[in-house]
Every structure is written in C-alpha cells, then in structure tokens.
Design a protein around this ligand. Structure first.
Ligand SMILES: [Zn+2]
Ligand SMILES: [Zn+2]
Length: 315
C-alpha cells in the first residue's frame, strides 16, 4: 500500500492496488497550479484510494477536471476527471516514498519548457546509470528484508516493460497476483519450496534478482531472473546464472530448469549461449486465461556434470 499526504500533514491518504499511468505531465495547468516546471503523477482506481485524514479543498481547473489541495499548506494532491470516474491521479511527490512509483513517460511534451532536460526514460537512465554502474562492482548475495521494496519495484518495472499495450490490463492483473503470492513474501515463498532468492547489488542498489525453487528430487527451477533495464548488457544475468548453477551443484541437484516467454528474446539468447537447450514447449497454465499471445513458453533445461560442465553441456 502507498501512503502520502500534504506538506503540513493536515491531509493524509492511502492508495492500494498497482499504480498505473505514471507520468511527468508538462501541461501548463499542472505548471501553473503548482508553480513547478512539471508535475509527476500516478493513477489508481478510485475504489483503491482514500483520504485517511483531513479534507482537501477542491477546485475546477477545467470544466471536467477537479484538483484537490491542502488549503493550509497548498500541496496539490489529486486530480479527477469527470470522464474517468474510476481513476484518481495522485501527485507522486506527495507520496511518503516517491521512489516507489517512478514515472514511465512524459505527457503533454508539446508544452514542455525548453530548459527542462528531457526526462524520457532512456535519456535520463543512461545519464544516471553511467557513473553508478560502471564504477561499482556487482555483488550477488541472498535476499534480506531490507531489499524488499527495491525487489518489488524491479519486478514491477521489468514486467511492465514486457507488457504489450493491448495486454496492459492482463499484465497488471498478473503483476498484482504475483506480488501477493510471491514477491511480497519472498522468504516464506522460497522457504516453503526448499529454495532461495538472491539479489545482485551495486552499492545500495538492487540491479538484479533470481530465485530457485525445488522442481523435483533432481531439479531446481530458476525463477524471476530480472535485470534492471539500466544495468543490462553488463553481464549481470550471466553472473547470476552462474551462481544459480553453483547453487545447484552445492545441493547435488543435476538439473536446472527455467521457463521463459517467446517475447524475452534476450533471455533466450543468454540461456542458449550458456549451453541450455529447449526441452519442451508448453502453454503456461498460469498465463493462459488472459495472456493468450504469450502462452507459448519455452522450457529450457541444462544438465550439470561435475567434471566437464562446459563440454558435456554443449549437447
Ligand atoms: Zn497541508
Ligand atoms: Zn498536467
């Protein structure tokens, strides 16, 4: 659950559900009603949002648009539009932890101020990531509770990047379910399955994840292998895969299985280059009901040999 409020604390709110439409809005109304060059927003379903303290003051900024702010300190909190009664836009900056809901794109860029640096995700990310990522080494270590928020965010980010626009709702439902069943309870989930969960860390930043769960007496399943989009093409996935294999050897398990969807071409290439072979294609039951486009899932498996890992695994 997300919580936030105005600067003076007279008004507090909470938002449940998975945020959507996270964006930097460069329209002149956002600018003039806040005095800031642009405003970052996210949306939630109206039923998922509630004011828990105080009462915001409302004003119509357009015929159908209503903005709410704290009459005492002036913080703008929410925007509602008569044509979209089921959505509430919330100012990301009023969250207690705005880091949890980064913007995905920019809206109304035709009115973006020319001196506002482009915050299109690719550009910013490259700039931000260069120093950070190149200069620090990646460490892969077991998950701890203090990684939870970052792991959650990485999970959401990666899955949203994979979501084709026409399947957005289905992906959001999938994300929501996976958060509840697995990602928000990692120690319990992987403990119950005789497995483990690891994070790849650069400095304080979680840049990768993977989990292992017992698939059978002689096999572990590799799950949730995600790399931060900012940190890709730096060998992090390969490093994590190697550690997963080591963990299998340590447990005397000779098979490592993984499934990946057709749309994850980069992941497929990585596994194939690392000596994995396709053992079967199947229709994923978990995604079948909603994600019919993505249901052709490749199951890839690799056998380890203690002595000649690379040779006997080249199939
Ligand atoms: Zn206030
Ligand atoms: Zn706006």
């Amino acid at each position: 659950m997300l919580t936030g409020g105005c600067f003076c604390n007279a008004i507090r709110y909470e938002a449940r559900g998975t945020p959507f439409h996270e964006t930097n809005c460069h329209c002149s109304i956002c600018r003039r009603t806040t005095g800031a060059p642009f405003v970052t927003w996210f949306s939630v379903r109206s039923s998922d949002f509630r004011i828990t303290k105080g009462e915001p003051t409302l004003f119509n900024s357009t015929e159908k648009g209503v903005r709410s702010f704290c009459a005492r300190c002036g913080t703008q909190l929410i925007f509602q539009h008569a044509d979209f009664p089921d959505e509430i836009d919330v100012t990301t900056g009023s969250l207690d932890n705005p880091e949890l809901v980064p913007p995905r794109d920019n809206t109304r860029t035709s009115t973006r101020l020319r001196w506002v640096a482009s915050t299109d995700s690719r550009n910013t990310r490259k700039l931000v990531s260069k120093d950070k990522i190149v200069s620090e080494e990646v460490t892969i270590r077991p998950f701890t509770e203090r990684d939870a928020a970052q792991v959650r965010q990485l999970f959401i980010t990666v899955n949203r990047l994979l979501s084709p626009p026409d399947l957005r709702d289905a992906f959001e439902a999938y994300i929501e379910r996976a958060l509840t069943e697995e990602i928000d309870r990692i120690p319990a989930y992987y403990g119950e399955r005789n497995g483990g969960f690891w994070v790849a860390v650069k400095g304080d930043e979680v840049v990768g994840t993977f989990g292992l769960e017992r698939a059978s007496d002689d096999a572990m399943e590799l799950r949730r292998m995600y790399v931060d989009p900012l940190a890709r093409r730096r060998g992090i996935a390969r490093q994590m895969l190697r550690l997963a294999e080591d963990e299998c050897r340590r447990r005397n398990v000779s098979w490592l299985e993984l499934s990946t969807a057709e749309i994850q071409q980069e992941a497929l290439a990585l596994y194939k280059n690392a000596g994995y072979r396709l053992v079967r294609e199947k229709t994923s039951r978990r995604l079948a009901t909603r994600l019919s486009v993505l249901v052709s899932v490749d199951i890839i498996s690799k056998r380890f040999c203690d002595k000649w890992v690379s040779r006997c695994c080249s199939w």
